[in-house]
Design a protein. Structure first.
Ligand code: SF4
Ligand code: SF4
Length: 306
């Protein structure tokens, strides 16, 4: 489907309800990503140790262990039994993402996300075509390969090349300098999404996102298209969604209910931001309630055209 006009996505929501309404979850996501990164950085940079470690494994206030379950699983397959505190950390992380949606990690935590979002922003400004259409299952094949290599090779395989770990480690331990591996992965991921494949890295390649998607398959927090009748097919949500295929079943196939159930949805909230008729909202998984629009569809467009 193509957009009926070239008005910037979200412009109508901005004109109608103000800048904050059209950008609130985007701003909150960037704040979340920056805050979480900042918590890791204040220790090594300023000697104020709130959190020790990296996203792979950390200890908050010398008390709360958090461990990346994908890394722990590779480690286990490689023959290294994680310590009991690491297993507690795995359990806590899994509980959080089973509740909130696995790919919440992608939208609200991962430091690579602003880089891929930036590449997508530039791609749209340059009006580049979609590029190489990778199979959406590629990330699951890579996930399986990472686990298999860990098992056979006795090593935590994906961590050797994981851009998240490389970037995070170099930021925290001060290695992010010109020509470092961290800069190389930043440029490589940015260039891949800009020049090779639209939304390619996170949508089709990254096994970490694939893993968290599987973790959140049955998550409680979802986005619901609770006012489907208000949709006027402006396509703004499709234009901003990093995984637009997840929207159609909720908004068009109402026999399946209004809740977006795909594990690919990252609960980023951009569709909520940009939708002028407020079709979307956050909801619990079982919330199948829908509402009729309070004003007839097209009222806003007619008001603006008048
Ligand atoms: S898909 Fe991978 S790189 Fe992209 S945001 Fe998710 S975890 Fe980060
Ligand atoms: S459906 Fe909405 S919340 Fe889910 S990924 Fe797309 S824009 Fe983000």
């Amino acid at each position: 489907m193509s957009r009926p006009d070239r008005t910037a996505p979200g412009q109508r929501a901005w004109d109608q309800d103000g800048w904050w309404r059209a950008h609130r979850f985007l701003v909150l996501r960037r704040l979340s990503q920056a805050t979480l990164l900042g918590l890791f950085l204040v220790g090594p940079w300023f000697g104020f140790w709130l959190v020790k470690g990296t996203l792979a494994a950390s200890l908050t206030l010398d008390t709360l262990p958090l461990t990346d379950p994908f890394i722990a699983l590779q480690s286990l397959l490689a023959g290294h039994l994680p310590e009991s505190s690491a297993l507690v950390g795995v359990a806590l992380v899994l509980i959080a993402y089973i509740m909130l949606g696995g790919r919440v990690y992608c939208a609200w935590v991962c430091p690579i996300n602003p880089i891929t979002d930036g590449a997508h922003w530039l791609r749209e400004r340059l009006d580049l075509d979609k590029g190489w259409r990778l199979d959406r299952r590629a990330k699951y094949w890579l996930l399986a390969a990472a686990l298999l290599v860990s098992l056979v090779g006795g090593t935590v395989a994906w961590e050797a090349v994981n851009p998240i770990t490389i970037l995070h480690r170099e930021l925290i331990y001060g290695g992010l300098v010109a020509g470092s591996l961290g800069w190389t992965v930043i440029i490589a991921v940015f260039a891949f999404d800009l020049l090779v494949s639209r939304r390619g890295w996170c949508g089709h390649v990254c096994p970490v996102g694939a893993f968290y998607g599987l973790v959140g398959r049955l998550s409680l927090l979802r986005v619901s298209a609770h006012r489907p009748a208000a949709c006027d097919d402006c396509m703004d949500c499709y234009a901003v969604c990093p995984e637009p295929h997840v929207i159609t079943p909720a908004i068009k196939a109402m026999d399946r209910g209004p809740v977006i159930l795909s594990q690919d949805c990252s609960n980023c909230g951009r569709c909520i931001d940009v939708c002028a008729p407020a079709v979307f909202r956050y909801a619990w998984r079982g919330d199948v309630r829908t509402e009729e629009p309070s004003v007839p569809i097209g009222t806003e467009q007619r008001r603006q055209a008048a």
